[in-house]
Design a protein around this ligand. Structure first.
Ligand code: ADP
Ligand code: FBP
Length: 309
């Protein structure tokens, strides 16, 4: 089984407006409301790829009920710890004119020590039953910055392969617990090394050589430019197909879903990078965030290029 972790679950709302402008009244043309937050997106995409998955984390209030209901409707197994307060709303406003997206993300509820203890017990149990554990997204208030590091160590102790996709201090501390894979985008990678480097190859080399960074697989995702990966001593450049992107929110989560599936199935690293890239690109073709059509993945797969450097 693959388990995905979303400590800061959300309702991901996508608004399509003709022209996004400040100081004006805008009428929404189309909108979508989905169970979201990074790990939940990962779970949905894994499920759309036809693989078994379970989503866990914290959920609370009316929004938490909506999230659970949506997961039920999409027949995605879930096991969340109920918390006081409201799970957050994440808004993605897409300008129809040029496709530019503006994201407004609520902070989420404050998590109590009791909820964290409850989650830790549940997580250990789920990790024991999982081949891969994928931990994604920001930490809600109240959760200590080293909580992902603790989860990484617990899951590894239970024999699971751990993938971590987060940012800032949560990533820095989590990375020190040596998950199998991290996937920062350029901005997150720059935060991790403490400065921005314009050349992606130089950036990944700096990440690899960082002290206390003992991670077998590091991939820096570069949006429409694909990614640069380091896997156990070798570097790879991955180029996605040229597509007409509609909504790129959730591409990183879709990439993670592809990697999780391939790692769970024991596929080679080149095959995994190719597949994950096709899944990430397939998400960009969809109006909803964290949504793919399997037929798109199969088609795009033929056009992804993976080159060992
Ligand atoms: N416009 C795009 N065209 C094709 N593929 C894309 C596009 N945007 C993202 N992808 C694919 O999805 C992956 C993850 O996207 P990225 O935007 O880098 O991650 P994040 O959402 O975490 O910032 C990329 O490495 C790429 O393979
Ligand atoms: O947990 P975070 O880091 O605050 O991010 C939450 C947001 O990330 C997303 O999952 C999208 O992430 P990606 O575009 O990186 O795949 C949104 O759906 C969600 O609103």
């Amino acid at each position: 089984m693959i388990t995905t972790v979303t400590l800061n679950a959300a309702i991901d709302k996508t608004y399509y407006v003709p022209l996004f402008t400040q100081k004006s009244v805008m009428r929404v043309q189309r909108f979508y409301a989905e169970a979201g937050g990074k790990g939940i997106n990962v779970a949905r995409v894994i499920s759309q790829l036809g693989k078994p998955v379970l989503a866990t984390g914290f959920a609370g209030g009316f929004n938490g009920r909506f999230i659970r209901q949506e997961l039920d409707r999409q027949q995605i197994q879930h096991d969340f710890v109920e918390v006081a307060g409201e799970s957050r709303l994440c808004l993605n406003i897409i300008n129809e004119l040029d496709g530019i997206s503006t994201e407004i993300l609520e902070p989420g509820p404050v998590i109590s020590d009791t909820a964290m203890e409850q989650f830790t017990v549940k997580f250990k149990e789920l990790a024991k039953r999982s081949v891969v554990v994928c931990i994604s997204g920001s930490l809600p208030a109240g959760v200590p910055k080293d909580f992902y590091a603790k989860l990484v160590s617990l899951a590894k102790g239970e024999g699971a392969v751990v993938l971590l996709d987060t940012s800032g201090e949560a990533l820095q501390r989590g990375a020190e617990a040596a998950p199998y894979l991290i996937k920062p985008n350029e901005q997150e990678a720059a935060q991790l090394i403490g400065k921005s480097v314009s050349d992606a190859r130089e950036m990944i080399e700096q990440l690899v050589s960082m002290e206390r960074m003992n991670i077998p697989c590091i991939t820096i995702s570069l949006g429409s430019e694909g990614s640069l990966a380091y896997v156990q001593g070798a570097y790879y450049r991955v180029k996605p197909p040229l597509i007409d992107a509609v909504n790129t929110v959730g591409c990183g989560d879709s990439f993670m879903a592809g990697m999780a599936v391939c790692i769970a199935e024991g596929r080679s690293i080149e095959e995994s990078l190719r597949y994950a890239t096709a899944v990430g690109s397939a998400n960009a073709l969809n109006e909803k965030a964290g949504y793919i059509n399997k037929a798109d993945v199969d088609e795009l797969l033929k056009q992804v290029k993976v080159v060992q450097l």
